[in-house]
Design a protein around this ligand. Structure first.
Ligand SMILES: [Zn+2]
Length: 149
């Protein structure tokens, strides 16, 4: 994800991303968000619900508290969003499940409606029709260049 969106999520949810700028020996969260920009809204909405849930439960004195969610890695795998973390509860797991499902239907590049496709390099990636075409064209171009060499 681009730096601007990355910084925006980290500043909106500092309790979820305290390790974003830690060293790699301590956490792989220092790699940032290992996917394209199109999933920003999914993360923003989901994390808003999650942090709101934690804050509201933990503000009630005497109730069973929820352990703060702390991200350990955020990436794309098999075409959809994978968010690895510590803490949370069943509600939060449900929100992350929803985010993962939505990411498999949302173009990773632009956020439009998409579906999981196999790219020419046989990677799975969720793309809209436009970006699926561009992806294929880019790969064809790359193949042409390789042939010229
Ligand atoms: Zn797209």
């Amino acid at each position: 994800m681009n730096d601007e969106l990355d910084r925006l999520l980290c500043s909106k949810f500092p309790c979820i991303f305290p390790d974003r700028y830690e060293s790699e020996s301590r956490t792989i969260m220092c790699r940032g968000f290992e996917h394209d920009d199109g999933w920003f809204e999914i993360l923003d909405c989901g994390l808003h619900l999650i942090q709101g849930h934690i804050d509201s439960i933990n503000s009630v004195a005497g109730s069973k508290s929820v352990e703060q969610v702390v991200a350990t890695q955020v990436k794309q795998k098999f075409g959809s969003l994978r968010f690895y973390y510590n803490g949370g509860d069943e509600y939060i797991q449900g929100v992350f499940d929803m985010m993962r499902e939505m990411s498999g239907r949302t173009c990773e590049v632009c956020g439009e409606k998409g579906r999981i496709r196999t790219t020419k390099r046989r990677w799975l990636k969720t793309l809209c029709d436009k970006h699926a075409k561009e992806n294929i064209r880019e790969n064809e171009k790359r193949a042409e260049l390789n042939n010229q060499i």
